[in-house]
Design a protein around this ligand. Structure first.
Ligand code: T3D
Length: 258
């Protein structure tokens, strides 16, 4: 069985990390395969929303610690430069929304890969652990960048140092998570969210994402100019014409992602 499963359901691609007996911990094979699945769904025009989730009871327990103790395993520099950093970049550069459907524990790199997604939803039984300092490491996979921006410096730094477990409800309260669904309705609610996003004006969503990526490291004036450029680009799309026309005709818009 492959360590990463890809299922395409109409305009939604579901990527499932699939090492359930190891809580979907990342080994080299799974990291490289996830990258190739992200490339594949990025290139498919018919896919307008991507869901990243885990098989079994966990989302991902982060780095496979058996692999790092294997003398034949990848080096620390390979783990970051060839595994996690490319994954984060591919998610942030994906020109369509990526939903993290956090079905269970998300620890270490697993937590930070979830937190770099555009919309993060969690099952009520899910949890997030910056597990790194528990084993003498520092948060990676963008954790030191995303976490303070998501939840503020104090909570982020404390969690990064202490490595405490944060349950889904608390994660939502802190602003790490957009919504929490009861376990029984998790799959259905994730599907509803993904279907909703896949029916939206995809090119506008890609521009929103790009603008937010830029806003984290640019100033106010630069951002106003960027909004000006991006809005002109959005205004050239079929979906903009359709959105306005549908409003004037008092009907629901049918967006094509064009
Ligand atoms: O060199 C580097 O490491 C660089 C990369 C850094 C990036 C990182 O992600 S560092 C952080 C690595 N992750 C961790 O430290 C988390 C380790 N796991 C845990 O602390 C716990 O498993 C959890 C808190 C996540 C969940 O606890 P629990 O009690 O629900 O499950 P469990 O019983 O501990 O785990 C279930 C199985 O998964 C178990 O296997 P077994 O004994 O039944 O055969 C366990 O060993 C395995 N597992 C869980 N996490 C990992 C793992 N196997 C390998 N690597 C793991 N990270």
């Amino acid at each position: 069985m492959s360590t990463v499963l890809l299922e395409i359901r109409e305009a939604v691609a579901v990527i499932r990390l699939n090492r359930p007996d190891k809580l979907n911990a990342f080994n080299r094979e799974m990291s490289l395969l996830l990258q190739s699945k992200l490339d594949e769904v990025a290139s498919l025009k018919e896919v307008r929303c991507v869901v990243l989730t885990g098989a079994g009871k966990g989302f991902s327990a982060g780095q496979d610690l058996a692999e790092v103790t294997d003398p034949q395993g990848p080096s620390m520099s390979q783990i970051l430069s060839e595994h996690y950093n490319p994954i984060i970049r591919k998610i942030r550069n994906m020109p369509k929304p990526v939903v993290a459907a956090v079905n269970g524990v998300a620890a270490g790199a697993g937590a930070n890969i979830a937190l770099c997604c555009d919309v993060v939803v969690a099952s009520a039984s899910a949890s997030f652990i910056q597990a790194f300092t528990r084993i003498g490491l520092i948060p990676d996979s963008g954790g030191t960048w995303f976490l303070p921006r998501l939840i503020g410096w104090q909570k982020a730094l404390s969690l990064a140092m202490l490595g405490d477990k944060v349950g889904a409800i608390e994660a939502e309260r802190l602003g790490m998570v957009y919504d929490v669904y009861h376990e029984d309705e998790f799959e259905q609610k994730v599907t509803e969210m993904a279907n909703r996003l896949s029916g939206m004006p995809t090119r506008a969503l890609a521009l929103v994402k790009h603008a937010f990526n830029q806003s984290m490291s640019s100033g106010y004036e630069a951002q106003l100019e960027l909004e000006d450029r991006f809005q002109q680009e959005a205004a050239l799309t079929y979906d903009y014409r359709e959105g306005v026309e549908a409003f004037m005709q008092k009907r629901s818009p049918v967006f094509r992602g064009e």
